[in-house]
Every structure is written in structure tokens, then in C-alpha cells.
Design a protein around this ligand. Sequence first.
Ligand code: SF4
Length: 180
Amino acid sequence: MKELLEAAAGGKAHEWGFIPVTELVFSPELLKSCESNVCGHYNSSWTCPPAAGALEEQRAKILAYKNAFIFTTKYDLEDSFDYEGMTRAREIHTVLTLEIREKAGGKFPVYGAGSCPCCKLYAGGGTCAFPDPCRFPEKAISSIEAAGINVTDLSRSAGVKYNNGANTVTYFSMVLFNEF
Ligand code: SF4
């Protein structure tokens, strides 16, 4: 599986690393902070709280696997206000995340930073269907933060950079799997 994931990420991902799921840190405070709705997705996405489930439920789902593959993509921006570039970068990252899941056999859960981006990409820029049924359950990408995992800490544990410098944007994903 390690070789398969690395081959799928090779040439497209910027960096990657592997960590045992037992090293993931789950923070109730992080999940609680979602309630302040700074990102605007609280109670409006299937992959964000409260629909994503309580911390213990999410933790149990993740700990049912043995290992996590963390990878990033990096995209150069024109400047720090390059919203179009950031949107394009997230689309590229989402496509790669789904491609890696497919190449890994399509059966392992994938997580990304932030709320699920799939409807934005595959439903003409649309928002999440929540509370109506998910439009693409086979594509939906769970949220790392909604599982109470801090992405900065995750990047450190996996040995990948959280920030790749001025005028760049870095996106994260995590694929859970069992045996190497
Ligand atoms: S695929 Fe669409 S409806 Fe389903 S969780 Fe993602 S954004 Fe929401």
C-alpha cells in the first residue's frame, strides 16, 4: 500500500508522509471552536459539525484503521489576494485526493482540510446539499478539523511543511489505510 500511495502521489503531490493513527491528536477544543463558525460552514455541510458527528464517534472511525498517509499540494499565487489561484489550487488538490483514493482501491476514507469541496467542483460551484441528501456520497471528503485534528500539528507529525512560503497556498489531505 505504501508504494501504491507514493506512486499515486508522485509527480503531483508536493510532499507526503506516513504516521500511525495512534499518533494523531484529537482535540475537543478544536471541535468546539467550529461552533463560532468563522469559516461559515458550521451546520451547513455534511462533513462539518454537528453533522460530521461527535469527537468520540469520529475518533473511533479513524482508529479503526492503522495508518494515515498525509500529502500536500503547493500552488504558486500571483499575490496573497489571488482568490482565483486559491480556488484553482483547491480544485487541483481535490481532483488529486479523489484520484489517490481511486488508485488505492476506492475503499479507504479520505479527509481534507476544511469542509467537503466536491459540490463546488462537481455541481457547478454549488454549496453542500446539507440538510438534503449528499449529492456525491462516493466522492465526499471528510474534514480533518471536524475530526478534532489540528492541521498544523498533523503536518509536523507527518514531516511535511504547513506553509511553503509567501505567495503560495498549500492544501492537505489524509488517507487512512491498514497494512503497509
Ligand atoms: S459531496 Fe456535496 S453534498 Fe456531499 S458532503 Fe460534499 S459538498 Fe456536501
